[in-house]
Design a protein around this ligand. Structure first.
Ligand code: GLU
Length: 496
């Protein structure tokens, strides 16, 4: 049987670096075995999914060269590959009906209010939050009659009430063991007739003839439900393999608060797809000869599912930059030229208007634009201490504004452009410069430091390394959130 694997992202935002990581592992596994790699879009949560996000997933996979053999925009024999389109074909309903007919699932008529009441009671009694199975025992004829009379219902799985679920994931020494009584009667079909992720994923993995589901370990909790569904529906289950989640330096699940998670950010920053893939590959796997730099073809050749890293690999941007340098320096001259042009051109039109007042020759662009292209800047420590402040005060102010900008950039709908930044920083100054009624003398003194002139100078020097720059907010906007925050941090270190 030919190997068939898939990634099944939900298009709920920017294409995620975790999708690329799981995509790479699946891709290499498929290609190593001469099999197929499928992209499926899981958009059954229609309130959160968007078409734009799905398009960005296709574009990012193509940019990386993780070309799928079957998928929404490339077609294939087992499509459609978007779940919302499959819902419209009625593909899932019949499996839910089958489970109900077999007595393995049932109609639940609980209203949202009833469920909220149930949760509140469980919380108050310190009990686990789960559906209390109150409609599990309804006689089927009665349930059918209520549904036929138009009462809204969901379909829930009849999870076993006792015993243990045991699964051997080939990457884990210990088998996965879970008591069935901790497992909820999962909703399979919602009251609007749409499937939940669990039903849709299991049905699709079957209909798409997926042989191995290689995914992040955050799905381990769902595994009992998935295996149970396969069994009850009479499917041969795929082999489920759960790999470690990408992690921030503090070991928490990778998040955009601590790392850039948007794949398109890497592209915009000029990272080469080869470097990013190499980096992701090293997170999941190691080269059998200990080699650090290798490409996709080589990864396919040595890929071994049993050697995937299961302990959550830490995402280290410095390591990626190092690899990027290696890939870049070894580019053939033509490609290097093209890469330099691409990098300069990508930002040229946005930057040129910022400098035009300060230029006499075309070549002046080069030195004017230096802080905008550079990886880092080196401000002079003296320039980082505005008039009237001492070193410690300057450092404190830098730290405050760094934290505020970091939190701002991590906000769900944050816009990092000049007008938004100006509004944000001016409001910040207004707020912070007014000490609270019960402020200590120290706090009152700190509030006085929040002067526009002082702060603007600090931001300018810390983010460009220079005392003069184009208008500050345009400058910050063009340098970008991540670099500004990073440079504000570097500047604090200079003031130690
Ligand atoms: N739609 C799920 C996600 O967004 C896929 C999980 C799976 O691979 O089964 O990650």
């Amino acid at each position: 049987m030919s190997v068939r694997v898939r990634i099944a992202p939900s298009p709920t935002g920017d294409p995620h670096v975790g999708t690329a990581y799981i995509g790479l592992l699946n891709y290499c596994f498929a290609k190593h075995h001469g099999g197929q790699f499928v992209l499926r879009i899981e958009d059954t949560d229609q309130t959160r999914c968007t078409e734009a996000s799905a398009q960005a997933i296709y574009a990012s996979m193509k940019w990386l060269g993780l070309n799928y053999d079957e998928g929404p925009d490339v077609g294939g024999a087992r499509g459609p590959y978007i779940q919302s389109e499959r819902v419209k074909l009625g593909l899932y309903r019949k499996y839910a009906d089958q489970l109900v007919a077999q007595g393995d699932a049932y109609y639940c008529f609980c209203t949202a209010r009833e469920l909220d009441g149930m949760k509140a009671r469980q919380r108050a009694a310190n009990e686990p939050i789960m559906y209390d199975r109150r409609h599990r025992g309804l006689p089927p004829a009665e349930a059918q009659a209520r549904a036929a009379a138009g009462e809204p219902y969901v379909v829930r799985m009849k999870a076993p009430l006792e015993g243990e679920f045991v699964y051997r994931d080939r990457l884990r020494k210990q088998p996965v063991v879970k008591g069935w009584k901790e497992i909820d009667d999962q909703v399979l079909l919602k009251s609007d007739g749409w499937p939940t992720y669990h039903l849709a994923a299991v049905v699709d993995d079957h209909l798409m003839a997926i042989t191995h589901v290689i995914r992040a370990e955050e799905w381990l909790n769902s595994l009992p439900k998935h295996i149970w569904l396969n069994e009850k529906l009479g499917f041969t289950p795929p082999e489920y393999v759960h790999v470690g989640l990408l992690r921030n330096a503090d070991k928490s699940k990778i998040s955009k608060r601590k790392n850039p998670t948007n794949l398109m950010w890497y592209k915009a920053q000029g990272f080469m797809p080869e470097a990013l893939l190499n980096f992701l590959a090293l997170l999941g796997h190691s080269h059998p000869d200990g080699k650090e730099k290798f490409g996709l073809e080589e990864m396919i050749a040595f890929f071994d599912l049993d050697r995937i890293n299961v302990a959550g690999p830490v995402f280290d941007l410095a390591k990626l930059r190092h690899l990027q340098g290696q890939w870049f320096r070894e580019l053939p001259p033509e490609r290097m030229r093209a890469e330099v042009h691409r990098a300069v051109d990508a930002r040229f039109d946005a930057l040129l208007p910022l400098f035009k007042e300060r230029m006499a020759f075309g070549g002046d662009f080069v030195w004017q634009a230096e802080p905008f292209y550079a990886d880092s800047v080196s401000p002079h420590a003296d320039d980082l201490v505005p008039k009237g402040l001492d070193k410690a005060q300057a450092k404190w102010l830098l730290e405050q504004v760094q934290q505020a900008l970091k939190a701002y950039a991590a906000g769900e709908n944050a816009v990092w452009d000049a007008p938004s930044l100006e509004a944000f920083i001016r409001t910040l100054i207004t707020e912070r410069s007014q000490p609270a009624a019960d402020a200590t003398p120290d706090q009152q003194a700190q509030a006085k430091l929040w002067q526009p002139k002082t702060l603007f100078m600090l931001l300018r020097v810390a983010s460009t390394g220079k005392k003069e720059s184009p208008p500050l907010f345009d400058t910050l906007a063009q340098i970008g959130a991540l670099r500004v925050v990073e440079r504000l941090g570097m500047a604090q270190q200079k003031l130690r």
